[in-house]
Design a protein around this ligand. Structure first.
Ligand code: BYC
Length: 350
């Protein structure tokens, strides 16, 4: 119908975060029968098969624990490094309102990193050690944060694409089999959906502006589209961790499945916004009920993951400097905690 308002869903209903909290949160932590010490593996397997949660006090296979630490640490590092591309625009935001919004958003990402480091600590990981591994280049963070933010439209496109991709990836992680990770995801996803909406709203405002603003938006879309598709990881047949992680129900969907969901979700949003996604092969496929789309440049993803992206050096240098400059805060906090503990001990003894 001409002139009719087309309804664009930012997050499809069946993915709504609200529904996630109604999922089964039954604890997996019935202790294994005391007379069956050899039954720990069976107990773990049965817990996973029943779709219940593994909690920190439960026995778990070493591979499960290591896989979780790897994924959660990478996820935490991504949230922290992910503050940088948008953070570079805080002092250059075009209005006080945009500055306040951006400030709050970047601060939220820091909070996400902290919940996730806490979740990794429930598995026996040490936060300092994880940070050291990151700054020594022994642990990864998401490839997407190694691209530059060239204009303020990039802030909007990061909200729309990068937070949108994060939602597609992370909403299913709210049903991850490890309790502390799944619970951290519920709050994180609620905040990410706010971030996605603020990005989209910023872009809608720019699209109502001048030709130059519309060109900035299209340019940002052109630069961020393919790297956003790469966020979901290598294709399924080149993803060494997926099968194991899915069997353990850490991951609920494969990389390709989530990528396709992101494309299906984003295409109508792009139409509504009035931008073109830079993929000549993108079209609706009636038979499959999904969009067909082109192949991301997997060599580029591998180069970026290995440290050879446009901004890897800059991001890591900034992270190292921030860590060094924060040393006095860590020392002061440790001294304060020791003083408090000594005072409490003295009080208890008196
Ligand atoms: N970038 O076997 P695969 C955010 C690595 S931040 C870098 O498929 P897996 C936000 C992968 O680690 C949210 N590395 O692995 C913040 C593996 O290497 P290792 C970020 C990648 O784990 C600020 C190897 O390639 N989201 O939202 O089964 C502002 C083979 O891959 C990438 C998360 O962290 C990549 N893109 O699946 C705005 C989500 N892709 O470890 C927004 C949580 C793959 O064997 N993570 N690799 O040496 C996951 O869901 C999964 O770990 C992945 C990869 C889907 C990313």
């Amino acid at each position: 119908m001409p002139g009719a308002r087309k309804h664009v869903t930012l997050i499809p209903n069946e993915w709504s975060v609200g529904k996630l909290v109604t999922m089964t949160t039954t604890h997996a932590a019935e202790a294994p029968p005391p007379d069956a010490p050899d039954g720990l593996q069976e107990h773990f397997d049965a817990t996973i098969a029943r779709d219940q949660r593994i909690e920190p006090r439960d026995w778990m296979p070493e591979g499960y624990r290591k896989t979780l630490i790897r994924q959660i640490a990478q996820h935490a590092h991504s949230e922290i490094i992910g503050m940088q591309p948008e953070g570079e625009w805080i002092t250059r935001a075009p209005s006080l309102r945009r500055k306040a919004i951006l400030f709050a958003k970047v601060q939220d990402e820091a909070g996400h990193g902290l919940y996730l480091y806490s979740a990794a600590e429930t598995l026996g990981a040490d936060r300092d050690d994880l940070t050291r591994r990151l700054i020594e280049g022994r642990q990864k963070y998401s490839s997407i944060f190694n691209y530059p933010t060239l204009s303020f439209a990039d802030v909007g496109v990061i909200g729309w694409f990068v937070d949108g991709a994060a939602i597609c990836n992370q909403v299913p992680l709210c049903r991850s089999s490890y309790g502390p990770y799944a619970r951290a995801m519920v709050r994180i996803c609620k905040e990410e959906s706010f971030h996605q909406r603020q990005g989209y709203e910023l872009l809608m405002t720019m699209m109502r502006g001048t030709d130059a603003q519309r060109e900035m938006v299209q340019d940002a879309v052109d630069r961020w589209w393919w790297p956003s598709l790469m966020m979901f990881g290598p294709p399924d047949d080149a993803s060494p961790n997926s099968a194991r992680s899915m069997a353990w129900k850490i991951k609920r969907h494969s990389n390709d499945e989530l990528r396709r969901r992101f494309v299906d979700m984003t295409v109508p949003q792009a139409e509504k916004l009035g931008v073109t996604l830079p993929d000549p092969q993108l079209r609706w496929n009636e038979e499959s009920g999904h969009h067909d789309f082109g192949t991301p440049d997997w060599d580029e993803l591998m180069r970026v993951i290995k440290g050879d992206g446009p901004c890897n050096d800059r991001r890591m240098e900034r992270r190292r400097t921030a860590h060094e400059e924060g040393a006095w805060v860590r020392e002061a906090a440790t001294a304060h905690a020791a003083k408090q503990a000594a005072r409490a001990e003295k009080g208890a003894a008196a």
